[in-house]
Design a protein around this ligand. Structure first.
Ligand code: ADP
Ligand code: MG
Length: 792
């Protein structure tokens, strides 16, 4: 198999400083064609606490360093694109981000939650991959994605549809199974098919949202867990039995900060220990991989290293991004991140193409080849070849055996040619002779045959060659059938090991079914036209069912409205809403233009038809006129059509781009809103808890009574919902489309709309609601007080 040898590429990215952060001393030496170096200077006095004017300088080499102002598209182009290309060519690839919490791992891998231009490596890679697949019609591709979170050495499927109501801990755990060939299978990790960019993006957002929901303030899972988003691609050339599988892992590692700094006791300490342990094991694997002559690589020590086993050393194009938060207080963490990166850079990898022969397809191919050979043989010999030897051939063989047995020359051989049937016959005959010498001998001697000469030597040779080939193929088929049987058994064994009751299909089962799908519908590779509207997809954001309705009391609903207004994220939502509006206007305008161009093309076509009719009529009325004469008018019309089609294509591409952007923005907004609701729930329950302690005085406090009417007013004022409805766009790619036109189908409500209470809340009656309101008022006062203080 093809092989590519290279070291792991290691890049660095420096996060922009926050407002209150003070830059540490560092410099970037960026050379065009060689490695870049990063120099970090530690003021000794600062580090040690006593005065010492000697400064210590550390220097680290990287493939390239992206300084604070580097944008996401540049990062994607230099880091991820080359890996994506390898994966498209059939190699495995891994990109992992390593660095302390807050250094920009998630920003780099997934992207920021606010701007479309902030989207990170995963969405950009998906976009790039699907673009490339769409362009390549020489192969048939199937794409799946999976999204795994590893937290405290346990794996969770972020795409598990059951996520909505559960905490991470309630979900079935993803576990590692190793088969007899030491291949890793992940039980309970679903592989979701994604036929286009849109579907894949939806899955990514679904996973990210699930990740966020599972995270409570007590388990800040995002900094303590590893997340692995994997794109699985299989490709096959039409008619070929060889399937290429490749995987691209995009890994957002847990924060690399050391335990001492986390400085927390109890529960969190166990977690901190765990993250450090698994990063420690990752480091051990990396060190082992970098050492020459090291035969044992300790992959099995942690879940993370087991999962990345086939994608870290060896068979893989691996890239690491060291993310650095280079402010003064984090200098030491930055240095330890860089040190890790330098060790990683020592690993040499050999990437191998993941090709696999599908025995079933191979059998079909070989059968066909055999039939062809048989046909050819028949053509050459003029005889039909069967598995039986002909009477004539049998007699010929008997004669050969007879001569052989009679021959006293010790060097004499029995040469019947490379025909298994003849060889077998000879052996059987000999056996009979040995067992029943008399009868056989008699039979043999009694036969008197005239030898038939083969006078056509050339065709005889060819015949032998073909027969030989035929024979080889027979053997191959047998081997393949055995292989197939073995595979089947292995799969069965693994499945039974995997506990048949698993509701969620495992990777193993999936991979079996993927193969089947491949075979049954080879044309089912993705195409824009066939792509389903994803709003009907079953994976569509299950958290929508986690709405406010029913769960929240009236009081907390109202409070949520106010909370929303005060929440910092509402600015983002507003901004994005404006941007969305603008994009919608653009899309609408483009859509209209596209329709115009389409009807123009149709009009031009109509004119051509008219021309044809006219000329035909002319030919009838004055037959002297030549009908086939070149028509400059028609030629001009055709050129015009071509022009229009070109501009259609350009506009359509822009249209498609806008559509992706709109989808993305919608998903971003949804995510921010989810976050806001979560923040609210946390805040609300805390306030409620506080209230429990203060309740007695509150109820009698005259203060609340005076605040109350104003509060109701402000609520009424706010009750109008601030979230807008959004429209879905469904374009049609085909400019010649007969009856399709660009349409704006009607709003699938992608945004959550908390039921707005239009009536004021009665203070009497429901004691729960009253308590909620009072809690809210109290809390709001507290916020206002705080705000007042911080403003001064
Ligand atoms: P990590 O995942 O390593 O804990 P994050 O990616 O969450 O860190 O980054 C922490 C914060 O810094 C986030 O608010 C993120 O948006 C911001 N951030 C990180 N890197 C950049 C960058 N290159 N440009 C702008 N903002 C960034
Ligand atoms: Mg993160």
């Amino acid at each position: 198999a093809a092989m590519v040898k290279e070291t792991i590429r290691v890049y660095a990215r420096v996060k922009p400083l926050g407002r209150r952060q003070q830059a540490g001393s560092y410099s970037v030496d960026d050379e065009e064609d060689s490695l870049s170096s990063l120099e970090i200077t530690v003021p000794r006095d600062l580090a040690d606490g006593f005065v010492n004017n000697k400064r210590e300088t550390y220097k680290f080499k990287f493939q390239k360093i992206f300084d604070q102002e580097a944008k996401q598209d540049v990062v994607f182009d230099s880091i991820a694109k080359p890996v994506a290309e390898c994966v498209l060519a059939g190699y495995n690839g891994t990109i992992f981000a390593y660095g302390q919490t807050g250094s920009g791992k998630t920003f780099t891998i997934t992207g920021g939650a606010e701007r479309y231009s902030d989207r990170g490596i995963i969405p950009r890679t998906l976009s790039y991959v699907f673009d490339q697949l769409e362009k390549d019609s020489s192969k048939m591709y199937t794409t799946h994605v999976s999204y795994l979170e590893i937290y405290n050495e346990c794996g969770y499927d972020l795409l598990d549809p059951r996520h909505e109501a559960s905490r991470l801990e309630d979900l079935p755990k993803v576990t590692i199974m190793e088969d007899s060939d030491q291949n890793i299978h992940l039980k309970n990790l679903s592989l979701q098919q994604a036929t286009n960019e849109e579907e894949a993006l939806n899955l990514l957002f679904l996973g990210d949202t699930n990740r966020m929901i599972a995270e409570t303030p007590m388990n800040q899972a995002s900094s303590r867990s590893h997340c692995i988003f994997t794109i699985h691609i299989s490709s096959k050339e039409p008619g070929s039995a060889t399937i290429r599988h490749s995987k691209l892992h995009l890994v957002d590692l847990a924060g690399s900060e050391r335990v001492a700094k986390t400085g927390v006791g109890g529960h969190l300490l166990t977690e901190a220990k765990y993250i450090n342990l698994s990063l420690h094991y990752l480091e051990q694997v990396i060190i082992a991989l970098a050492e020459k002559n090291r035969s044992h690589i300790p992959y099995r020590n942690s879940m993370m290293t087991s999962v990345l086993r086939d994608s870290l050393g060896g068979n893989c194009m691996t890239t690491m991004i060291a993310t650095l938060s280079i402010d003064k207080r984090n200098i030491d963490e930055s240095i330890s991140t860089c040190r890790f990166a330098q060790r990683v850079a020592l690993i040499k990898n050999e990437a191998v193409l993941n090709e696999e022969i599908d025995p079933r397809l191979m059998i079909v191919q070989l059968k066909k080849e055999i039939q062809d050979l048989k046909d050819e043989l028949e053509l050459v010999t003029g005889k039909k070849r069967t598995s039986e030897l002909s009477q004539e051939e049998l007699l010929q063989l008997d004669e050969l055996i007879k001569t052989f047995l009679k021959d006293n020359d010790p060097d004499s051989t029995l040469d019947v040619g490379a025909d298994m049937r003849k060889i077998k016959y000879c052996f059987i005959h000999m056996k009979q002779l040995v067992n029943h010498p008399i009868i056989s001998d008699k039979k043999l001697l009694s036969q008197d045959i005239s030898e038939e000469e083969n006078n056509n030597k050339e065709s005889g040779e060819e015949l032998e060659k073909l027969k030989h080939l035929l024979h080889q193929r027979d053997d191959e088929i047998n081997i393949l059938i055995n292989m197939l049987k073995k595979e089947k058994k292995k799969a069965q064994d693994a499945v039974s090991q995997l506990n048949a009751t698993t509701a969620c299909s495992s990777v193993l089962e999936q991979s079996v079914s993927i193969n089947l799908e491949d075979r049954q519908s080879p044309s089912s590779c993705f195409s824009l036209k066939e792509a389903k509207d994803f709003s009907s997809s079953i994976h569509r954001l299950p958290f929508l069912s986690r709405q406010t309705g029913g769960k929240m009391s009236l009081g907390s609903q109202e409070a949520f409205e106010v909370f929303k207004r005060d929440h910092a994220d509402s600015i983002t939502i507003e901004d994005n809403k404006q941007l969305l509006k603008q994009r919608f206007a653009e899309v609408k305008c483009l859509g209209e233009k596209l329709n115009e161009v389409r009807s123009k093309i149709n009009r031009l076509k109509g004119e051509i038809t008219q021309r044809h009719i006219q000329r035909a009529a002319l030919a009838v009325s004055s037959p002297s006129e030549e009908l086939n004469m070149f028509d400059p008018v028609e030629e001009k019309l055709r050129m015009q059509i071509e022009e229009e089609k070109k501009s259609y294509k350009t506009m359509f591409n822009r249209f498609k781009g806008l559509k992706v952007e709109i989808e993305h923005l919608q998903l971003l907004m949804e995510k921010v809103k989810m976050k806001m609701q979560k923040d609210f729930e946390v805040w609300w329950s805390e306030e409620a808890k506080n209230l429990q302690q203060e309740k007695p005085e509150m109820v009698t406090s005259p203060n609340t009574v005076t605040v109350y009417p104003r509060f109701i007013k402000s609520l009424q004022h706010l009750s109008a919902n601030s979230f807008s409805e959004t429209t879905r766009v469904s374009p049609n790619e085909d400019p010649d489309g007969k009856n399709n036109s660009i349409t704006f189908s009607n709003p699938t409500l992608k945004t959550r709309t908390p039921p707005s209470a239009s009536t004021s809340i009665p203070l009497t009656g429901d004691s729960q609601a009253d308590a909620d309101i009072l809690a809210f008022i109290k809390a709001r006062q507290r916020i206002l007080q705080k705000k007042g203080k911080s403003c001064q």
